[in-house]
Design a protein around this ligand. Structure first.
Ligand code: AHR
Length: 658
């Protein structure tokens, strides 16, 4: 209640300032100079940032339904519940703590009644009627007798949704698989694994996947979530984070080599977001790495995005342990970076290129970009970064490196890193800004003064925070999304400086998040794009290839009369693309003057995103409450009046006839 009040006063303050600027507006036209090409817009301009936060991977994008499938959580039976029978039991056994997956479960069935292990899933399991489900389990008889293992899906009220059995015979470890079809839809199902027949059996990697995954790949990704990304046509996908790259300590840093190869050989570790926020504890949050680097590269390829892996640079998160690796011991970290390039691009007769081929992708992934460190700062970062840069550039001069400018967009840390990196002639500098919506509206000119001949910028993580960073009351509302849109006009206008940009974080599960706001929300069955998602999508789908000036009183349009604008030409389609954001509470009709064009097509298109309610959000029940609508535009000459509704972002698209 208190928070709502605060939010209302924020909106009121915003509306008051908008009214002031609305009354102060003049009626000068917006002039587009379509033959003055200002800067090339990189194909990578608008992309996505993926991190396993908010159950983004396990419990989210990675479609595995069983939590703690290999008994490797700190509490080996977390997520599992025994359906006890006298004489029967389960024992957790460590086969050898030098392997990646040391534990398994030894089940003794001591009576004619079945013994069961029930898995609760990730806040339940989302099951769809008539869809197929693939159950698999690694098993070996311990005492030589056979065991029937029956997988049974049940609803939250105990209704049976489907089942199938396998019979384990022989003392060799083998994978057993069986599929079945669900007879009902259920958002919070559970999986019972029943063990039948007096015996002792060892089991591991108990897994259940929907068959309806992205591209129907067995053991794959949630189709609806990848589709939302594909629909954005992102220029790149950054992975795997985020702070997860750094780890709270170095032991738990992200190590890509442990995420490739057979899934059963990938070492499970705790997710750093498991205990980061005392107010959002997620003790059951681990990383199975079923979604690992091969799968990231494959997804990037599927959706036509450049892969952008970010690697640990020998520094753990400086907000946590701040451990660093001594520079004389940095070689294995640097070798990981070199080997990753070989994994992505190397021929199949190299060690890592061969692994890629063995995993099903003999052709290269064509990696061009790589990040060294996430939000690392200080001289320790520069020292390590120089060693990475030298080694990578010596061997792979064409790989462009993304470098950290720390956690904030200004201040001592930023100034130091930005200065040092520019002295080093760094390829790309990653800037992060999690700020209030006003900051975004006030910073649309941020890049106007950057030197286009110096290092390029990657606006690598940003999102307007309606309440404050890491506040659980932050909302993905229209005020935030519209303010981001206003700011993004400045990114596109400065495409000669800004080569890449991505909102962060990407995904959040409504029952398992730690951080808000987020671009896409989901539960076990459904997902939706926020208003911020639609802003990102509109920019990405309509970015064009060259920036051209759009001017108001001979100045860029960056907040005067509460208007923000950018214009570009798409040389492939020969279209003029104009994005205009009106952040005032007044409808405004403006004249648009098109210069440097012979003729425009008589029929254009306006795509608009607008709401008079700045607190408007989308939801699972009303996923498109705020989403773009399209109207035809009749172009009547080289001057025309266009309505810019209050609180709106619109994309005006017209064909140029030369
Ligand atoms: O996006 C959430 C977190 O914000 C990222 O992990 C980190 O890089 C930033 O601090």
């Amino acid at each position: 209640m208190k928070n709502n009040k605060r939010f209302r006063s924020l909106i009121a303050a915003f509306a008051a300032s908008a009214v002031l600027s609305a009354t102060a507006q003049n009626s000068a036209p917006l002039t587009i100079k379509a033959n003055e090409l200002k800067a090339t817009i990189q194909p990578t301009m608008f992309g996505v940032f993926f991190e396993d936060i908010n159950m983004g991977a396990d419990g989210g994008l990675y479609a595995e339904l069983v939590k703690n499938r290999s008994f490797e959580f700190a509490n080996p039976l977390m997520g599992w519940k025994e359906q006890r029978q006298s004489g029967s039991n389960v024992l957790v056994v460590n086969r050898n703590d030098k392997t990646a997956n040391p534990r398994f479960a030894r089940v003794t069935v001591g009576s004619s009644k079945p013994f069961g292990l029930t898995n609760e899933g990730f806040r339940g399991m989302g099951i769809k009627k008539d869809d197929g489900y693939d159950f698999s389990i690694w098993a070996a008889s311990h005492d030589g007798s056979s065991t029937t293992i029956r997988a049974e899906l049940v609803s939250s009220t105990g209704d049976k949704l489907g089942s199938a059995s396998v019979v384990v015979v022989g003392t060799e470890w083998k994978q057993y698989k069986v599929s079945f079809t669900a007879n009902a839809t259920e958002p919070k199902a559970k999986l019972n694994v029943w063990f039948e027949g007096k015996s002792v059996v060892d089991v591991d990697m108990i897994s259940l996947f929907p068959q309806d995954t992205w591209k129907r790949r067995p053991g794959g990704l949630r189709a609806d979530l990848v589709q939302l990304l594909a629909d954005m046509k992102p220029g790149f996908i950054r992975f795997p984070g985020g702070c997860i790259v750094e780890g709270r300590d170095l032991i738990n840093r992200y190590q890509w080599k442990k995420t490739v190869g057979k899934v059963e050989d990938r070492e499970v570790i705790v997710n750093r977001w498991n205990m980061e926020f005392a107010h959002r504890p997620t003790p059951d949050y681990y990383q199975s790495f079923g979604l690992g680097f091969f799968e990231y590269f494959q997804m990037a390829e599927d959706i036509g995005a450049e892969p952008l892996p970010i690697l640990n640079c020998g520094m753990a998160c400086q907000f946590n342990t701040a451990e660093v690796v001594a520079t004389e011991n940095l070689d294995p970290y640097i070798q990981d970076a070199l080997d990753l390039i070989e994994f992505a691009n190397g021929s199949t007769d190299t060690k890592w290129g061969k692994l890629r081929a063995d995993m099903g992708h003999p052709s290269p992934f064509n990696l061009k970009l790589m990040g060294v460190g996430n939000e690392n700062w200080g001289p320790q970062y520069i020292e390590r970064n120089k060693l990475f840069t030298k080694a990578i550039k010596d061997k792979y001069p064409n790989i462009k490196l993304v470098n950290s400018s720390g956690t904030d967009q200004s201040g001592e840390r930023f100034d130091y890193l930005n200065g040092e990196l520019r002295k080093m002639n760094a390829d790309i500098i990653d800037e992060h800004y999690y700020r209030d919506p006003k900051w975004f509206r006030e910073n649309a000119r941020r890049y106007d003064s950057y030197d286009p001949k110096s290092s390029k910028v990657f606006a690598g993580e940003y999102a307007a925070q309606s309440k404050g960073i890491a506040s659980i009351d932050n909302k993905n509302n229209w005020l935030c999304a519209m303010s981001e849109a206003a700011f993004m006009t400045g990114l596109e206008r400065n495409a000669g400086v800004v080569y890449m940009a991505s909102y962060a974080p990407l995904f959040a599960h409504v029952d398992g998040w730690q951080w808000t706001p987020d671009l896409i929300w989901m539960d076990n069955l459904r997902s939706y794009g926020t208003p911020n998602y639609y802003v990102q999508k509109l920019f990405s789908l309509n970015k064009g290839s060259q920036v051209v000036p759009i001017l108001l009183n001979n100045d860029v349009v960056a907040g005067q009369d509460s208007l923000f604008a950018t214009a570009s030409i798409d040389h492939k389609t020969n279209e003029l693309l104009i994005k205009v954001v009106n952040t005032s509470d007044k409808d405004v009709t403006r004249q648009f003057v098109f210069e440097g064009i012979k003729r425009l097509d008589a029929k254009g298109m306006i795509t608009i995103l607008k709401s008079n309610d700045l607190s408007k959000v989308n939801s699972l029940d009303d996923p498109k409450s705020l989403s773009p609508t399209e109207t035809a535009l009749n172009v009547t000459g080289k001057k025309m009046d266009i309505l810019l509704p209050a609180y709106s972002m619109q994309v005006i698209k017209v064909k140029i006839i030369n």
